[in-house]
Design a protein around this ligand. Sequence first.
Ligand SMILES: NC(=O)C1=CN([C@@H]2O[C@H](COP(=O)(O)OP(=O)(O)OC[C@H]3O[C@@H](n4cnc5c(N)ncnc54)[C@H](OP(=O)(O)O)[C@@H]3O)[C@@H](O)[C@H]2O)C=CC1
Ligand SMILES: O=C(O)C1=N[C@H](C(=O)O)C[C@H](O)C1
Length: 248
Amino acid sequence: MTTQVAVVGATGRMGQQVIRIIDATDDLSLFAGLNSRSELSEMIGADVVIDLTVPAVSQSVVEFAIEHGIKVLVGTSGWSAERLAWLERRVAEHEGAGVIVVPNFSIGSVLATSFATMAARFYDSIEIIEAHHASKVDSPSGTAVRTAELIGRARSHQGPVIAPHADQRARGQQVASVPIHSLRMQGVVARQDVHFGALGELLTITHETLSPDSYERGILAALRATPGAVGVTVGLDALIDLSGNAAE
Ligand SMILES: NC(=O)C1=CN([C@@H]2O[C@H](COP(=O)(O)OP(=O)(O)OC[C@H]3O[C@@H](n4cnc5c(N)ncnc54)[C@H](OP(=O)(O)O)[C@@H]3O)[C@@H](O)[C@H]2O)C=CC1
Ligand SMILES: O=C(O)C1=N[C@H](C(=O)O)C[C@H](O)C1
């Protein structure tokens, strides 16, 4: 059976990549491509909608899809813990609704975030530097926000990180007490360095996206999982086994 996919943000960099993936995949078919001049009603009749727009628009796209019984895959950034809590409530109000939110489709990025979460309780100084291409409109990146929130959760027994003089603007934006510093530069696709400091040692966990090709595998896995989604699922790691155990 072919899954009919509506792409919101179809004229954007990610939307164009998703359309190329759909065109090259037998079990996926493009139902509609929407952009800023479209009516959201153009997605009605699709099995799945993938949202790749801007943080200010993403929530209304998701809400419309939920209300019209369409399963949703969200790639847009800006889905903070607070916004995800709102989503949980909205989904609970609609029986059978399903939304998958993927802050980063790159497997390496998800692994790096997982390693950072693992390290979080052993270091009291933790700061994130993320760098993206100059066309990115939002900051800090969705990946950095998700990483900081997972670090905060992993440190629930240790408490906030040590971030002296955090009130000074040059000290970054704090998310779950972790300072995030954002660079927007020509020559960069996407990169994140999570810096850990403790007495006598430093650890840095770096992931760099060299090309959007790295998103392809994650996009495909997530698109295939979305028709069966029920409730709210966050992260590629919930869809692909990244545990390191050999497949049986
Ligand atoms: N999860 C992941 O792995 C990744 C996520 N992203 C995220 O995906 C999002 C899109 O990124 P990117 O493709 O680079 O962005 P672009 O700026 O290239 O594209 C944005 C798209 O959103 C559309 N859009 C803007 N406003 C509306 C609206 N009101 N209704 C419908 N469509 C609208 C634009 O349409 P128009 O042409 O008409 O303006 C355009 O198609 C960002 O949030 C980015 O952070 C990016 C890379 C990877
Ligand atoms: O805008 C981008 O390019 C990206 N956005 C996402 C984010 O905000 O984390 C994912 C990836 O880093 C690329």
